[in-house]
Design a protein around this ligand. Structure first.
Ligand SMILES: C[S@@+](CC[C@H](N)C(=O)[O-])C[C@H]1O[C@@H](n2cnc3c(N)ncnc32)[C@H](O)[C@@H]1O
Length: 209
């Protein structure tokens, strides 16, 4: 399996300021009848193509409903989830967060270039702890390690609204099944919606009482 998340000699995609020298490029992405152009760069996740897991998430996560206004793109990278979701659901407000400043700059530029005016971009520390989300969409940063990954997911999943749902895509070789068990142990209803080409799309509800 090609792994776009594999670390490179020049650093990791989740560094605050990537060590990799900038190598800006433009890629086209076709999905669900939409063709968008994105600026990407070295030092961010999957800079040369839309990741296969992200594609699965975008195609298979249930569409936003009328009540799903507040959406979080958790770990936005160069912004494919935020941009496609913002364009497809113009009534939604999409917040894209990442710890990687290069990723935040790219997502902001891509949202503007694609006319997505309902996307805002922020570092996680800039988001009010009282903000809640009806939907969280995430291709999680498995490479940060299990403890950091779980800490990140716990913090944001606790911000789901009562009727909210998160959709996470994880490859089974990268721990999707143990992640699902951990979520269930934590009190979340976690359902496998789709299993394809090794990827699992998990639907996660708010933590139970
Ligand atoms: C697997 S990539 C997915 C990127 C993008 N959503 C996509 O699908 O192409 C995960 C992203 O999570 C970011 N990340 C890592 N740790 C994070 C944290 N604690 N909070 C928010 N984002 C984080 C990484 O920098 C990376 O951009």
């Amino acid at each position: 399996m090609a792994d776009p998340a594999a670390p490179t000699a020049s650093g990791q995609y989740f560094e605050a300021e990537p060590a990799a020298a900038a190598a800006p490029r433009t890629i086209a992405v076709n999905i669900a009848g939409m063709r968008l152009s994105f600026s990407t760069d070295s030092g961010v996740f999957s800079p040369d193509r839309l990741d296969a897991g992200t594609r699965l998430l975008l195609l298979e996560a249930p569409p936003l409903g009328a009540d799903d206004r507040s959406v979080l793109d958790l770990g936005c990278g160069w912004g494919p989830i935020a941009c496609f979701t913002g364009l497809r659901f113009p009534a939604s407000e999409v917040l894209a967060v990442d710890v990687n400043q290069r990723a935040l700059r790219l997502t902001a530029a891509n949202a503007e270039a694609n006319g997505t005016d309902n996307v805002t971009v922020a570092h996680p520390d800039e988001v009010s702890p009282t903000r809640r989300f009806d939907r969280i969409l995430c291709n999680p940063p498995i490479r940060v390690g299990k403890a950091a990954l779980r800490e990140m997911l716990a913090a944001w999943l606790d911000r789901l609204t009562a009727g909210g749902r998160a959709h996470l895509v994880v490859h089974r070789h990268l721990g999707s099944d143990s992640l699902a068990r951990w979520l269930a142990d934590r009190g979340h209803e976690a359902t496998r919606l789709v299993s394809r080409s090794g990827y699992r799309l998990l639907e996660v509800g708010p933590r139970g009482p």
